[in-house]
Write a protein that binds this ligand. Structure first.
Ligand SMILES: [Fe+2]
Length: 302
């Protein structure tokens, strides 16, 4: 149907868009309700509205299709370009936020990212996780507490971070020792843990694929500010997966995956010189909350 020669009818294409949207909904309704149908309907409604608003030319539409095709070609078992696309559009962080809402005072969850390993052996309190000794020394002390500020004893604290060049151990297995900058600690009776490591550096997301090219073409950045990843699990609490960022990193306000939150700022202190490289210290507190079912039960009782 041509929207440009119909006299009194609207000529901006919105009538055609609305008709298509209704027709799609009518066909879906014949198939009966389902979650997939609900998602398809919501997606198609918004796609039709988007196309109507943007009115892409055929060439522009082909460029968009070519881009999505290239994203698919870049994705394989080692590299997930689709996840990268979701990350840089803020979708991954939004899905994480919506699925892991926590009560006030609890440390927010963030995405785990692609570099987590679950097979790191337990590490003794105070031990160094820098297995190659490269970088500026960093002493981390921390405490795992509940919503009342009471220490959580026996919690498992998994930690992983990039090296001083912004690279993870499993990105360059030939250059870094196995489990470099990874540890697994158990909190003491007061919920405390501590370890030695090196100060991590921020890094950039891959720029060599279609997603990196898109971000760069848009004039946006691929940088991630320096951070340390944590995963904390303990009986009776919801597992927390989060980052602690270096609040002094110049990229702190433009994390490419939109993961920075005020509660996740870490303040690194420079320690007095001892003749060697610059040394740093970081003290942090991570607050756990009960699992969702337990929270609902407590709320129902109030
Ligand atoms: Fe990371």
């Amino acid at each position: 149907m041509d929207g440009h020669d119909t006299g009194s009818r609207r000529t901006d294409g919105s009538a055609e868009g609305a008709e298509l949207t209704l027709e799609f909904a009518r066909r879906l309704s014949e198939a009966g309700p389902s979650r997939l149908g609900e998602a398809a309907q919501a997606t198609v409604e918004r796609l039709h509205a988007l196309v109507t608003a943007l009115r892409p030319t055929s060439d522009e539409f082909r460029i968009a299709i070519d881009f999505l095709t290239e994203v698919g070609h870049y994705a394989d078992a080692r590299r997930q370009e689709w996840v990268l696309l979701a990350d840089v559009l803020g979708v991954s962080s939004l899905v994480e936020d919506l699925n892991t809402r926590r009560p006030a005072g609890a440390t927010p969850n963030t995405v785990a990212g692609p570099f987590y390993r679950s097979d790191v052996p337990e590490t003794a309190q105070g031990a160094s996780i820098s297995r190659d000794g490269k970088g500026e020394p960093l002493a981390v002390t921390g405490r795992i507490v509940d919503l009342d500020g009471q220490g959580v004893a026996g919690a498992t604290v998994e930690v992983w971070h990039a090296n001083a060049d912004g690279r993870y151990e499993n990105q360059e297995p030939d250059r870094q020792p196995e489990f470099n900058l990874r540890g697994r600690f158990r909190t003491d009776l007061q919920g405390r843990f501590r370890f030695a490591t090196i100060k991590p550096r921020g890094y950039a997301l891959p720029s060599d694929g279609p997603v990196g090219r898109l971000v760069t073409t848009l004039g946006l950045r691929l940088e991630r500010p320096a951070h340390i990843h944590f995963r904390v699990s303990a009986d009776g609490f919801e597992t927390l997966t989060t980052h602690v960022y270096d609040e002094a990193d110049p990229a702190i306000g433009r994390d490419a995956i939109f993961g920075v939150k005020p509660e996740l700022m870490g303040r690194y202190r420079v320690l007095p010189p001892d003749g060697g490289p610059r040394r740093h210290a970081l003290d942090l507190t991570l607050v756990l909350c009960p699992p969702p079912a337990e929270r609902a039960r407590i709320q129902g009782r109030l």
